[in-house]
Design a protein around this ligand. Structure first.
Ligand SMILES: Nc1ncnc2c1ncn2[C@@H]1O[C@H](COP(=O)(O)OP(=O)(O)OP(=O)(O)O)[C@@H](O)[C@H]1O
Ligand SMILES: [Mg+2]
Length: 363
């Protein structure tokens, strides 16, 4: 490498995605080189041991405990930048799709949306950060200004309202500040995941993010969340089931779950829990299809539970549509020898990759 090369390389800025999950923290550091996202480092640290529980189990830690874990992770993963974006848990946010009156003037539209939003948010608007997106219309008929009888129906737009409680934001801000990182944005985790793992621009796709305590499932159409739902079962429930049925410690059951997945001895417990998760996800899928009169064309499995061995095959047998396991590192450049491991663990890092990609777009 010439002096000039290294000079320019140094000037390229590195960025960080920080995913604060219920069971673990994940970070992904990227750098932009010749317009490409290059993977510099990544890492994960379980929160359980910092709060008196086991690896793989969900926790409810204080800001101080999360900060301590994050500092350790930043050190262990040899993170060299402080410029980052941080995830907001789906469980701490509110997403609703509503039909509101259309206004031609963007300023007027904004006023209408912000006034109407009050009706759909269960807490005072002053207590939340409010954001919204207008859903692009694929079907021009829905834009019609009158109906068949000639009466002027009011023209409507579909709006996705997004609210996050101020308390949640201030907790995350405190963690970031105390851990010594500089977050330029906080993003609800599902938007980060979409950026990292969904490439379908038009057709409806369903994402199933199997976390530790819960499974987040949502349908994306035209790149926008059309329906979202949290299922209160996650991968920790498989560990608990294996532990009970085999009379094993949580740690041993956790190891067995990762080793076997849906492929052998522990199949009973894993399949039981996944069948529960998938039947609820199927109901969400059918609800979407009935409401929107469209078919979901593919399913993307993600989250730590998405790493489960043979999960793709099992999901395919349940849903009978195209099922893919998320591979967010595909969007990054990495040494060839790392590809197999990155592909395997990818689903766990979807949120962190998505955050880092957004941050990279900022610089
Ligand atoms: N190889 C694997 N096989 C099966 N399960 C796994 C594997 N790796 C991780 N998991 C499980 O995935 C879960 C963690 O997933 P993830 O990291 O997505 O959760 P989280 O982000 O902490 O939680 P949440 O998104 O619900 O807040 C744990 O229960 C863990 O046991
Ligand atoms: Mg998560």
């Amino acid at each position: 490498m010439s002096f000039l090369d290294s000079f320019f390389t140094k000037k390229e800025k590195s960025v960080l995605g920080v995913d604060i999950g219920s069971s673990s923290l994940k970070v992904v550091q990227l750098r932009k080189e010749h317009g490409q996202a290059v993977l510099e480092t990544y890492g994960e640290l379980a929160l359980g041991p910092y709060g008196g529980s086991e690896v793989g189990q969900a926790t409810n830690l204080s800001a101080e405990q999360i900060t301590e874990t994050l500092k350790d992770l930043l050190r262990e993963a040899k993170v060299t930048t402080t410029n980052c974006g941080v995830s907001i848990p789906f469980a701490r946010s509110l997403l609703t799709l509503v039909n509101l009156p259309y206004r031609k003037d963007p300023a007027e539209q904004k006023t209408v949306i912000e006034l109407e939003a009050r009706k759909y948010i269960p807490v005072p608007v002053s207590e939340v950060q409010l954001d919204w997106f207008i859903v692009p219309k694929g079907d021009p008929a829905q834009f019609a200004e009158g109906d068949a009888t000639g009466a002027a129906a009011e023209r409507m737009v579909e709006v996705l309202l997004v609210a996050v409680h101020n308390d949640e934001l201030s907790l995350l801000q405190r963690v970031a500040k105390d851990a010594g990182i500089i977050a330029s944005f906080y993003e609800i985790e599902i938007f980060s995941t979409i950026r990292a793992v969904v490439d379908e621009p038009i057709k409806p796709v369903m994402v199933i993010d199997v976390g530790a305590a819960s499974t987040k499932t949502y349908v994306i159409e035209h790149g926008v969340v059309a329906l979202s739902h949290a299922i209160s079962t996650g991968s920790q429930d498989i560990t608990r089931a294996i532990s009970v049925s085999g009379n094993l410690s949580i740690a041993r059951a956790e190891a067995l779950k990762k080793q076997e997945g849906l492929s052998a001895d522990t199949v009973g417990s894993s399949e039981l829990v996944f069948s529960r998760i998938f039947s609820e996800a199927r109901r969400v899928l059918m609800q979407y299809e009935t409401m929107h009169k469209k078919s979901v064309t593919a399913i993307v499995l993600t989250g730590g539970g998405g790493v489960t061995k043979e999960l793709g095959t099992y999901a395919k047998s349940i849903f009978s549509i195209d099922v893919r396991v998320a591979n967010p590192f595909m969007k990054t450049e990495a040494p060839a020898f790392m590809r197999p491991i990155l592909e395997e663990i990818g689903p766990e890092f979807a949120v962190a990759v998505g955050l880092a990609l957004r941050k990279l777009g900022e610089t």
